[in-house]
Design a binder for this molecule. Structure first.
Ligand SMILES: [Zn+2]
Length: 124
């Protein structure tokens, strides 16, 4: 089997990872600032709480993306990158360019999202 080189994507992932980690430090600073500046009237406090919450949200989203990137990088190392983790089919190059840390092919991803959506509406 011919092994494909993913140097370009690896470079892209590492760059994105560095940017995310930098942003993460920025969010930490923002959250700290919001906490420290919290001594105005109620409106200020509410606004500050909201901004802090937003910073947390972006922070979490960024951390999740870093996790996905790490997983993708690991798969590149192991030679499993570009292969669907679910069905073993090749993931299209086009999809990898749009979402370089995809570990599922389009079909499996859609299946997963459908399952998640169903689980979400299902009563306990
Ligand atoms: Zn698949």
């Amino acid at each position: 089997m011919k092994s494909q080189s993913f140097d370009d994507i690896k470079k892209l992932l590492l760059k994105r990872r560095a940017a995310l980690l930098k942003a993460d430090r920025g969010f930490d600073r923002e959250i700290r600032n919001e906490i420290e500046s919290r001594h105005g009237d109620d409106v200020d406090v509410a606004e500050s709480a909201y901004e802090q919450e937003m910073a947390y949200m972006f922070k979490n989203r960024g951390q999740e993306e870093v996790r996905l990137i790490d997983e993708a990088l690991l798969r590149i190392e192991k030679g499993e990158y570009g292969i669907c983790a679910e069905c073993g089919e090749k993931i299209s190059k086009k999809r990898l360019q749009v979402r370089p840390y995809s570990i599922l092919c389009v079909d499996c991803q859609q299946e997963l999202e459908k399952e998640e959506a169903e689980r979400f509406v299902e009563p306990k």
